[in-house]
Design a binder for this molecule. Structure first.
Ligand code: ZN
Length: 217
């Protein structure tokens, strides 16, 4: 594709995904952000703009390895650094979704990862959804922690902050965010009755092998 790639449809899909995250309770206000890989960088949601005011022109373009210009307008999300770091660490990833969904964030506040409480944990590529150490939002340290966490997983929790998922499409990254919140909610309910019983590594390996034949998404 040429540098003249028409990104209008992608920009509209990013805005539609923002609305969808609000409707499904994954995001309150503007506390979610999205990136999608394009031929010469990534498209990013803007900083602090209410989703209902967002038009395709507000979606920001960022190179894969350069910081945004200080006077960039529109200004990209304050979390541009971890979006960029994930895209650099995972060339196979096309879309990244970040949000502060209540159940997943509550577990991140307890500074726990999500363990193998349900077989659907395998949609994140292994036996758990890892937890990234706390670091200031927008910081290079947070970007590095997130990039490390998703090297072999398609999602992570961020201590006292929220969650992030990846996908080979925006739909898949959004679906994983919903699944992550579902897992966190089920885990929370299960703990009401005591300590959850976890699946073994062998159980999850079997699920992963089955997903190779049948992918839920
Ligand atoms: Zn955040």
């Amino acid at each position: 594709m040429s540098a003249l790639q028409d990104t209008t449809a992608l920009r509209e899909q990013i805005i539609a995904t923002c609305h969808s995250m609000v409707q499904s309770g994954l995001v309150d206000g503007t506390a979610g952000n999205i990136s999608v890989r394009v031929t010469d960088g990534l498209l990013l949601t803007p900083s602090a703009l209410p989703y209902e005011q967002m038009t395709p022109d507000h979606i920001c373009k960022l190179a894969l390895t350069e910081a945004p210009a200080p006077n960039a307008s529109p200004k990209p999300t304050t979390e541009w650094a971890f979006h960029q770091a994930v895209m650099q660490a995972r060339p196979d990833v096309t879309a990244v979704v970040h949000a502060h969904p209540p159940y997943a964030t509550a577990i991140a506040i307890q500074r726990r990862k999500i363990e193998a409480v349900h077989y659907m944990v395998a949609v994140f590529g292994g036996t758990d959804v890892p937890l990234v150490d706390y670091a200031l939002f927008g910081s290079p340290k947070l970007a590095q922690g997130v990039a490390d966490a998703v090297k072999d997983r398609d999602g992570c929790l961020m201590a006292n902050h929220g969650a992030l998922t990846t996908g080979n499409s925006l739909d898949q990254a959004l679906w994983r965010m919903q699944e992550l919140e579902n897992l966190a909610r089920m885990e929370t309910y299960a703990r009401i009755g005591g300590e959850p019983v976890l699946l073994s590594d062998a159980d999850i390996a079997e699920v992963l092998a089955s997903f190779a034949d049948y992918k839920p998404q």
